[in-house]
Write a protein that binds this ligand. Structure first.
Ligand code: PTJ
Length: 277
């Protein structure tokens, strides 16, 4: 595919460039053709959410960072869409959390599993676990049941962006704490995971890495202290700049304890009332 000739000044530049990453993923054998459809669905929800990282997503990101940091054996489960969109950030998250990266795909293909592994290695991963065909989690029938014995099989926390509902439910039934990223707050995955970040993977992943790094270095309070207190009210929908950095993260000092059902309710209300834009 020719390099993009979309100028950065195009009003839909980010969206179009992201779309090209998914197309390139298909051409490279990383992403399933079905992934194009999944991406389009994500785009539609993102459009309705104003293509912004809302306060409910920031709260889920902060909770995810804490849970990943406290995990004994965290694993990042990578599929074809996540890899094409964010290989570098997934590797960075593995580095920050000490989590293992494991390939796990819905649409069965040994070649694509290998292509995903290669792309993660190119992005700097030191180790990428493959699902194999010897160990499986329970409560699921299709290809996604296969796991690595040193990865998802023994994981206590699994970060799995763009998951399908069946496997998310199976992971939970297998005793895992599941953190997902899904722009659709109505999906079965969103409702089944313990933590759902309703945001675009490309926006929230750098923020999640940053949140974990802040926990690692003990700078979380400083980041929050610099934040705009007006954003702290969890009952108000706040659009946070797409390129938010540590100094623009909202202050959650007085936010109530994390609740995934509240996150989903706020995301759904934002969608239905059109207040995302
Ligand atoms: O590589 P494979 O074979 O594992 O296939 C991966 C896909 C994503 C194709 C597969 O898991 C699938 O079909 O997923 P679903 O059931 O379509 O769910 C994808 C969910 O992710 C949908 O709810 C989309 O709204 C959401 N989504 C799509 N793109 C993004 C997203 N959420 C966050 N960020 C995105 N960029």
């Amino acid at each position: 595919m020719p390099a993009s000739d979309v100028p950065p000044t195009h009003p839909r530049y980010l969206s179009l460039i992201t779309r090209e990453r998914i197309v390139a993923g298909v051409e490279r054998g990383v992403t399933s053709p079905h992934g194009l459809i999944a991406h389009g669905r994500g785009e539609a929800f993102d459009y309705l959410l104003g293509e912004a990282t809302h306060l409910f997503a920031h709260e889920a990101i902060a909770e995810a960072a804490k849970v990943l940091k406290a995990a004994r054996h965290p694993v990042i489960s990578v599929n074809g869409n996540a890899c094409a969109l964010a290989a570098g950030d997934l590797v960075a998250l593995a580095g920050a959390t000490g989590a293992k990266l494991e390939v796990n795909i819905f649409h069965t293909s040994a070649e694509r599993e290998q292509a995903i592994r290669n792309m993660l290695l190119e992005a700097g991963a030191r180790e990428v676990l493959m699902p194999g065909r010897t160990h499986a989690i329970q409560h699921i029938e299709h290809n996604r049941k296969w796991v690595h014995p040193e990865g998802i099989l023994i994981a206590d926390v699994v970060f799995v962006p763009l998951e399908d509902g069946d496997r998310c439910g199976a992971l939970v039934q297998n005793g895992k704490t599941v953190i997902t990223v899904d722009l659709n707050p109505l999906s079965r995955t969103a409702k089944t995971a313990q933590i759902t970040i309703v945001d675009n993977l490309t926006r929230c992943l750098p923020l999640l890495v940053q949140a974990v790094q802040a926990l690692n270095t003990g700078t979380t309070d400083n980041a929050n202290a610099n934040a705009d207190n007006a954003n702290a009210n969890a009952n108000v929908n706040v659009n946070v700049n797409v390129n938010a950095n540590a100094n623009s993260l909202p202050d959650r000092t007085h936010a109530p304890l994390y609740s995934n059902s509240r996150t989903l309710a706020e995301a759904e209300r934002t969608l239905r009332t059109g207040t995302g834009n």
